[in-house]
Design a protein around this ligand. Structure first.
Ligand code: NDP
Length: 434
């Protein structure tokens, strides 16, 4: 009997982690005796709830909300909220499971969780988004708190949605508990550099990885999928380090600009005007648009940064990247490469930075936002960015070291999984059978 049948993304995420852990279990039999794998794979709590709301025409709509409180061995549950029509139990559980190890890797005291709803913010008015967020938080507020569970943004949830969610949390609970959500606006408890953190962090991590084999972003050709929060700031940092970013995308298609993507245009289209990436070619006649989003992986590049969504690189796309000479892949999105695609990269000597290490910058700065909220302080952009760089370097060093220690030198998939796991497993054992 298959447990959690039909939850293919969840199975994929668990397989990737468990396959890496074999040498740890051999070396530390107490993890088997204590049934750590059986325990860690089962969420501490799964909350699923009705989210009723009224659209602009007075029609009642209903969506399904989720919060998975996965593991609190090393700190309060922490992880984003995703609003996207594809959200279901499998997606939220895979994200929550990954989050346990990612958060452990950051070195900060945060456990793993994730949430969301199958609500599609595209094409909705501001009023509809606000009413949806209020209904979502009316239920969620019963289960979260600054020392219990601290959600943040993810796909479809940015500063605007966090603002509405925070407003409703205050109304439900009374008082100003700034630390209950991260990714807040700067004027009411948000952290400078949080918006940039995941994208910048991915580039910092990949730069560390490249340096080890005498390579750099400088002078490289880069392809970055997506054009959302992670993607835009990964492009920004890569360009700042001297790379030429030649392609990016959205869920309708991709653009290729041989002169290098003009990031101001992308920011205007995506952050201000809420338009499709296809509009880019109106301002840049040398650029080409294609309505095949996965075609972005046919664009030759030295470094590929998948920053859109899960399983966006399949085996075929991975082979295409390799045959076009890709040297490094850094996962800004969560689980953007299928298991088969990862195998293609590793077998062909491509430097590979797995998501739970490479994109941990966002949650790291979220934890710094929680720290600032507790101390009632606001650090400068430079201070937060400096801490972010240190954290990403540490994650790289620790993942590399764990890979070497457990017989898989250079394999950061194995290294990140092991380094993230051991700390959580030891904390679980120390806290008894709970
Ligand atoms: P956003 O909603 O800001 O952006 C997502 C982007 O990906 C949009 O441009 C979207 O296009 C595009 N997209 C979605 N599906 C596809 C597809 N099939 N092909 C091409 N493009 C697609 O989300 P984020 O940037 O916040 O998140 C992106 C990824 O990074 C997710 O996997 C998320 O879990 C992960 N992540 C995010 C963190 C954060 O701090 N925000 C932290 C760590 C990980 P469209 O506009 O058409 O929908």
């Amino acid at each position: 009997k298959v447990r959690n049948a039909n939850e293919s993304e969840f199975h994929q995420a668990v397989k990737e982690v468990f396959d890496s852990l074999v040498p740890v279990l051999v070396k530390n039999p107490q993890y088997m005796r204590q049934a750590i794998l059986e325990r860690i794979v089962e969420p501490e709590r799964v909350i699923s709830f009705r989210v009723p709301w009224v659209d602009d025409n007075g029609n009642v709509k209903v969506n399904r909300g989720f919060r998975v409180q996965y593991n609190s061995a090393i700190g309060p549950y922490k992880g984003g909220i995703r609003f996207h029509p594809s959200v279901n139990a499998s997606i939220i559980k895979f994200l929550g499971f990954e989050q346990i190890f990612k958060n452990s890797l950051t070195g900060q005291p945060i456990g793993g969780g994730k949430g969301g709803a199958d609500f599609d913010p595209k094409g909705k008015s501001d009023g509809e988004i606000m009413r949806f967020c209020q209904s979502f938080m009316t239920e969620l507020s019963k289960y979260i708190g600054p020392d219990i569970d601290v959600p943040a943004g993810d796909i479809g949830v940015g500063a605007k949605e966090i603002g509405y969610l925070f407003g409703q949390y205050k109304k439900m609970r009374g008082g100003f508990e700034a630390g209950v959500l991260t990714g807040k606006g700067i004027g009411y408890g948000g952290s400078l550099a949080r918006k940039e953190a995941t994208g910048y962090g991915t580039v910092y991590f990949v730069e560390e990885m490249l340096k080890d084999s005498n390579q750099h972003f400088k002078g490289s050709t880069v392809v970055v999928s997506g054009s959302g929060n992670v993607s835009i700031y990964a492009m920004e940092k890569a360009i700042e380090l001297g790379a030429k970013v030649v392609a990016c995308s959205d869920s309708n298609g991709y653009i290729y600009d041989p002169n290098g993507i003009n990031l101001d245009t992308v920011k205007r289209l995506k952050e201000v005007e809420n338009k499709r990436i296809s509009e880019y070619v109106k301002d840049h006649s040398n650029a080409i648009y294609s309505d095949q989003c996965s075609g972005i992986w046919s664009v030759p590049c030295d470094i590929a940064l998948p920053c859109a969504t899960q399983n966006e690189i399949d085996e075929e796309s991975a082979k295409l990247l390799v045959s076009n000479g890709v040297k490094a892949v850094g996962e800004g999105a969560n689980m953007p490469s299928s298991l088969e695609a990862i195998e293609v990269f590793l077998q062909n000597g491509v430097l590979f930075a797995p998501a739970k290490a490479a994109n941990a910058g966002g949650v790291s700065v979220s934890a710094l936002e929680m720290a600032q909220n507790s101390m009632r302080l606001s650090w400068s952009f430079e201070e937060v960015d400096c801490k972010l760089q240190e954290i990403m370097k540490n994650i790289y060093r620790n993942s590399k070291k764990a890979a070497e220690e457990y017989g898989a030198p250079g394999n950061l998939v194995v290294g990140a999984n092991i380094a993230g796991f051991v700390k959580v497993a030891d904390a679980m054992i120390a806290q008894g059978i709970i």
